[in-house]
Design a protein around this ligand. Structure first.
Ligand SMILES: [Zn+2]
Length: 323
């Protein structure tokens, strides 16, 4: 018997399932119906039907594996409440990336907020999270204690610009490295453009940036990095995966690399010239304020090793980790 979260949500087969909607939440394997909270690869699976925001539906065209068809998406706009049987559902902004949503469910006199990847303060490309009160709150604990070191978007952008300007003053080429082609990459392009710096973007980042602009985000489209050439630009932006599989350094004049990610707070960052812990996830302080605003009777955490749940319990807040 799968453990129940107040009959609203079940944790089974390593994923979360909402019986009242017959829908899985960010499941990592294909299901008949799945809510995809946002367009990051680790939240996508080829479900038979996908529930997501209209923006996420567009971005998923670049997330799905090349050559595969995107399953039918049923777009649900942020803030719009819909009834499903005797349940009521609403998607709310999570502040994580463009189109990212939390799912708020009311059913049988109880309520649940599934936060997914949340960044309460939002960013230049995503509105702040809307912490609607709920009896039960489900949050990820992806980063453990690392999130204590996260800087907010304003400081992250300032440190990125400072790294690029000082690197260029040395006569070297700044290379910014992110985990994903979608999200912080576009936030960095906006921050760099505001400082008068032009960008050369890895093809994948370039495609996401073009789609962001088409979806109404005021982001300038940088030049596109070729297979063997590098366009004339002040700063180069690539993902970790690109850096691992391409000899980018051979094409650049004195490259200096900065890892810009929540993972910049780990030992992996020692391979880089600089590490900037600007994440599109909440810092620990932000997450605690967010939990306070939701006022849940019980917080359920998943991913990670349960550190957040133990901390909440120690602070007198009801919390359990879904292992
Ligand atoms: Zn994400």
């Amino acid at each position: 018997m799968a453990p129940l979260i107040a009959d609203l949500c079940q944790h089974k087969e390593g994923n979360l399932y909402v019986p009242a909607l017959d829908c899985w939440l960010d499941a990592d394997t294909p299901r008949p119906k799945g809510f995809v909270s946002h367009a990051h690869t680790d939240h996508y699976a080829a479900h038979q039907v996908i529930i997501c925001t209209p923006e996420t539906a567009q971005l998923l065209t670049l997330v799905k594996p090349y050559g595969e068809a995107l399953p039918p998406c049923r777009p649900l706009r942020l803030g719009r409440e819909v009834a499903h049987g005797d349940a009521r559902v609403r998607l709310l902004p999570s502040g994580h990336i463009l189109g990212a949503a939390m799912l708020h469910l009311e059913h049988g006199g109880s309520s649940l907020l599934y936060a997914g990847d949340v960044r309460p303060s939002g960013s230049a490309t995503a509105p702040p999270a809307a912490p609607l009160p709920a009896d039960h709150l489900v949050v990820e604990d992806t980063f453990g204690a690392l999130d204590e070191a996260f800087v907010d978007s304003r400081e992250g952008a300032a440190r990125v610009v400072e790294f690029c300007q000082s690197t260029r003053q040395e006569g070297a080429t700044p290379v910014l490295v992110t985990m994903s082609g979608c999200g912080k990459a576009q936030e960095m392009v906006i921050a760099l453009a505001a400082a008068g710096l032009t960008t050369a973007l890895q093809s994948k980042i370039w495609h996401f940036t073009r789609l962001y602009a088409r979806l109404g985000v005021p982001v300038p489209l940088g030049a596109r990095l070729g297979q063997e050439t590098v366009p004339d630009a002040d700063v180069v932006l690539v993902t970790c995966a690109y850096l691992e599989h391409n000899d980018l350094g051979a094409r650049l004049h004195r490259p200096k690399y900065a890892l810009v990610s929540g993972w910049a707070a780990t030992a992996n960052a020692r391979h880089y010239d600089a590490a900037i812990p600007w994440s599109d996830h909440a810092s620990r302080a932000e997450l605690l304020s967010f939990i306070e605003a939701v006022q849940p009777r019980l917080v359920w955490t998943f991913a990670g090793e349960g550190k957040l749940a133990r901390e909440l319990q120690a602070a007198g807040i009801g919390a359990r980790h879904l292992a």
